[in-house]
Design a protein around this ligand. Sequence first.
Ligand code: B3K
Ligand code: ZN
Length: 866
Amino acid sequence: ATLIRREDYAAPAFWIRTVDLSFDLDPAKTLVTSKMQVERNTAVAHGPLVLHGEELNLLRVLINGESVSFRQDGHLLIIEGAPDADFALEIRNTCAPEKNTALSGLYTSGGGFFTQCEAEGFRRITYFLDRPDVMAVYTVTLRADKKKYPVLLSNGNLLETGELDNGRHFAKWHDPFPKPSYLFALVAADLVAREQRVKSRSGKDHLLQVYVRRGDLEKTEHAMNSLIASLVWDEARFGLPLDLERFMVVGVSDFNMGAMENKGLNIFNTSALLASPATATDADFSRIESIVAHEYFHNWTGNRVTCRDWFQLSLKEGLTVFRDQEFSMDMAGTPSARAVCRIQDVRSLRAMQFPEDGGAMAHPVRPDQYVEINNFYTATVYEKGSEVVRMYQTLVGRAGFEAGMKLYFERHDGQAVTCDDFAAAIADANPGSALASRLDAFKRWYSQPGTPRVQARGHYDAATQTYTLTLSQSNKGQAPQVIPVVTGLVGHDGTALAEQLLVLDAAEQSFTFENIAAEPVPSLLRGFSAPVLLDDGLSDAELLVLLKHDADAFNRWEASQRLALNRILAAVRAGQPLVLDAAYVEAMRSVLRHPELDAAFKELALTLPGEAYIAEQLEVVDPQAIHAAVEAAQIQLAQALREDWIAAFEANQIQGGYTPDPVSAGRRALANLALSMLVLDAQRSGDTVWPGRAYQRFKDATNMTDRLGALAALVNAHAELAESALSRFHAQFKGEPLVIDKWFALQARAPEREGKSFARVKQLAMHADFSLKNPNRARSLIFSLALFNPAAFHRADAAGYVFWADQVLALDGINPQVAGRLARAMDRWTTLAEPYRSAAREAIARVAAKAELSNDVREIIERQLA
Ligand code: B3K
Ligand code: ZN
């Protein structure tokens, strides 16, 4: 395994300008012929032609039609005698798609052929300069059995189709846009398509297609609607039109992640594409909308302008996540629905990215080194990267940001560029802005890992009617970062006194507000204006003012979380059982009873902080103590607010058909939370009415959100009726793999009680429907336990860790990328309390001791032990 360093970047010695690929598709042995136009990079002017290739069988290499001498060194094919003048390079090789369980390169799934090339999968198809700064124009011919593979797709436009001997047929595709190899794709399968013709603003016609397996067609309406909405939005907000006549989306059930933005031929995990009211939840509908948008938006941010090298990954991913988040907010509509989107995004950033930034895999948004690039498709590169883009927009304003984007495309369309190029475009379009004067310091967001801690202390001077806010920052001794702190001042009676963007760019700075008539409560970091950990020193009384009155909905929610967090942390730190006080309970009661607040907001405010985020606040982490405190808080909230939960449940029943709009989704979410609380409280009181009602609702539900919500209420409370509901659910949906995934995940995520959830996972790992080979299924069970159910996973007897090590090793032999993800469950082991810490170390060491580990798993394990 070699360490690749950012500072070692060098342009390639050759460019590949065009490539003509032809495939004779066969699951056991596919023949690939690649004819390339190659030219020497005159800026480098020396060195051999070095191509990448992995798991291939090389048949021949010709230059200008003549055989040429070459050598193979590991995964490299080296041709010393390549001419200086432009030449034609022809390579023939075979690969074995049906043996490809890594799902990288060309593989089979459900009887069809699919590809995944990002980041370095193209080299598993044929020999190539498989790096993003080598951009070529592709022409692709696919030949395959017509009966088994009636649909043959590749990037761009269809040139020609026809019949061949032996029941085979062919299709020839041409993509006019030069692209890096990671954006290549092909599909050959028995699929059907939902089609829609649309006209863009400029008057151009486009054909949109969503390809899926025969039975799934009726589950594609939502994806198609999301695609159309994305098209409209990108033209309206950023002036970016669709540049191809045909835009295709394909679903596949074996897929390593959510989806992939291949030029004109996006390939999707079916879990990120298919939805019907009967099989998908509100959360699925909204996730599909955002992933369809994300991949579509990549067409400009990623494909038209791509990355020079993989260290620049956040250039396309951070920016595209930012764009999909903005899109989802605009789709949500009302200010309060927008705030709900923002809260959900921040909640997942804190649950996933903050722990990453403090753990074994901490890395800057632009990493400096890697062994396996697939390990760096992380929450830091994506979600923190998106926060960095959001800070540009906060610093230059919305119009300024749009001008910056315009300049970025004017300068770089058709190029492979760096994060510096993006920063320069935004700053150059906004001279004199809060960004332009601090650009170098701002760029520390790309180079410094870790979550900055910001401390804020206010001082009110009644004599001068001034309020002085002193902000300070620290991030493990690194240089100060540029932190936009959107700040409001709120009167104790709720009056909004001021709002201002404060830019903290030194270790410590003071800001003074004039004409403040009475001591205010500061509302800091509104809308979560920077990805930092904030210590504002606010008292409970001040948090209650914000919860009640803050004009910023995000900070109202944040106050609800802080109130809960303070209590949970106090109990955990003191090693005492948690007892909720009346002030907190009454505050939550008034949120729940509030006549004007949206149901969606109420549900978010009444949901306790996640156990992973709580763990981040502690120096030494005892997952069982955290879980006990959260569970106690839940049980007490369930009991104390029982009447209010009943009222909330009754008030949020929706009559009529299902639509996944934010208002209905929010009402269903609150009704489901209320039901969970009522069933939980029934477990305490011995009441049988609410478990019975939950069971009835589970049976009668007309959509998956309500059905799964009722099932979760029973399972999470460990109610007796859970068993029969679970088997009923399984029987009802045995033909729907995505729903069976939910069945596994729900059980694996059930709050731990006396080791039952863990025992259930071990038992389910032997279930006939379980398989490690399908990534969705592996995630639904194993990842749900190890990454999302801390109290079931971290056991005093170490059984969770033993199970983890076994699964990582087993999975590594099948699919290294997915195994690498699972390995990350131990990223934070050094902060664990004993006996967890020692047991975790032992399990990690056991994985490390295995001689044949993939680079993926090896890199993560070594960083954990470093
Ligand atoms: N760009 C792909 C991710 C590829 C992951 C490779 N390990 C999907 C996306 O971000 O849109
Ligand atoms: Zn992406």
